[in-house]
Design a protein around this ligand. Structure first.
Ligand code: FEO
Length: 395
């Protein structure tokens, strides 16, 4: 009943859309859903590349049957063990008892740990190949994109790279599968948000993976999330290259602030005014108490300028800002032009902490940091305007 969704004449899409989950990894909002992509190679042997979240097992099996019919599946190539992709392993083994699970030594260790499976496995090493008949697959270990066992599989026959989480993004596939079959505009921001939040800590491993893959004649990228990339491969790879070097995608500014009663918010508004009056047109503001942290991180990865401000709270930073700094630190975000401002009612700590944080991150601070006691006075108003102007001048 189900029609085949071909990527090439013998590689088929068998992934699913998740429009039900509210938060990916129980943390990251999914306003546009997410796809769990899986692929089937039909040859003398049948191979599946990665599986799907266990919630979609029945549909997954139907999709496999629509292509393979009554033939057994010979191999499951496991590029990545996170359960959004490995969750159907037990189900696959129940339908196809002789299926061989293919992965590297770290993969197979996780297969045992997560699912208690030790038999019918094939360990592969970096550069090993597996022939299915007409198709030959080559395995490229790409650790920490996104877990230590992650690898990518290159189909040398059709020049398709099965990239695991690499080059993936949030967002369901709404009809089309390949980038030629859709308007891809809605995916770019979700690719940055996906990268910033999930892969963002692993810039160096991503760079190593990009170098390793650079010699392959890739014509199609099949990620485990989001569109299959064909005509826009250059843009996707360029984005991953920039993001993994912590190079901003735009010369704009993100202003992130915390505010309890609006006084610190007025400082943020004034910094934005200074930026706009100095000609900056790309200004994104986030109230840390209402914006989701995943959106804030996305924009910090996107933009060159970063301004953070908050009140002093219990002789510490405002807690939501403190939590954000921890996320930035974890990801080791480099090379940002920084400005900060803060406020207090009786003892000022916020500006000191924000300044120290910038030093720890080796960011350049563009000008002295305004600090207000209780409410903004004319002097702080001018300093906030100047912060915006100075930041604009540096971008
Ligand atoms: Fe989509 Fe790292 O799993």
């Amino acid at each position: 009943m189900l029609k085949k969704r071909p990527i090439t004449d013998s590689i088929f899409y068998i992934g699913v859309n998740d429009r039900q989950k509210h938060k990916f990894e129980n943390m990251l909002p999914l306003p546009h859903g997410v796809s769990y992509n899986s692929y089937l190679i039909e040859d003398e042997k049948i191979a599946i590349i990665d599986s799907v979240d266990s919630c979609f097992g029945d549909l997954f099996i139907d999709k496999i049957r629509s292509i393979a019919g009554t033939r057994p599946v010979d191999y499951l190539i496991i590029n990545h063990m996170e359960p959004d992709h490995s969750g159907s392993i037990r189900l696959l083994r129940s339908y196809f008892p002789h299926i061989t699970l293919v992965g590297n030594n770290k993969t197979l260790d996780m297969v045992k740990g997560y699912y208690g499976i030790c038999d019918n496995t094939l360990e592969v090493k970096d550069g090993d190949t597996l022939t299915l008949g007409r198709h030959t697959l080559q395995f490229h270990l790409t650790p920490m994109v996104h877990w230590p066992e992650t690898m990518m599989t290159f189909d040398q026959t059709d020049h398709v790279l099965f990239a695991g989480d690499g080059f993936g993004c949030f967002g369901t596939l709404d009809g089309g599968i390949t980038d030629e079959q859709m308007d891809t505009e809605k995916y770019w921001d979700e690719m940055v948000r996906y990268y910033a939040n999930i892969v963002g800590k692993y810039g160096m491993p991503v760079q190593k993976a990009l170098q390793k893959l650079s010699g392959l004649p890739i014509q199609t990228i099949c990620s485990t999330h989001g569109p299959v990339w064909h005509k826009q491969i250059a843009r996707v790879v360029d984005m991953y290259d920039k993001l993994s070097r912590y190079e901003p995608l735009h010369q704009g500014v993100v202003i992130v602030y915390g505010s309890m009663y609006g006084h610190t918010e007025q400082m943020a508004e004034t910094v934005a005014q200074g930026l706009a009056e100095a000609g900056q047109r790309h200004i994104v503001m986030h109230n840390v108490s209402t914006s989701d942290a995943s959106d804030i991180l996305r924009d910090i990865f996107k933009y060159k300028g970063l301004v953070i401000g908050c009140p002093t709270y219990s002789n510490e930073l405002y807690p939501a800002v403190d939590a954000l700094l921890k996320k930035i630190e974890t990801r080791g975000i480099k090379n940002r032009l920084f400005g900060c401002f803060g406020s207090y009612s009786w003892a000022g700590v916020a500006v000191k902490r924000l300044t120290a944080f910038a030093g720890q991150m080796h960011w350049e601070t563009v000008c002295p940091s305004p600090e207000e006691k209780q409410a903004m006075q004319p002097a702080e108003y001018e300093q906030c305007l100047q912060l915006g102007e100075q930041m604009a001048a540096r971008l």
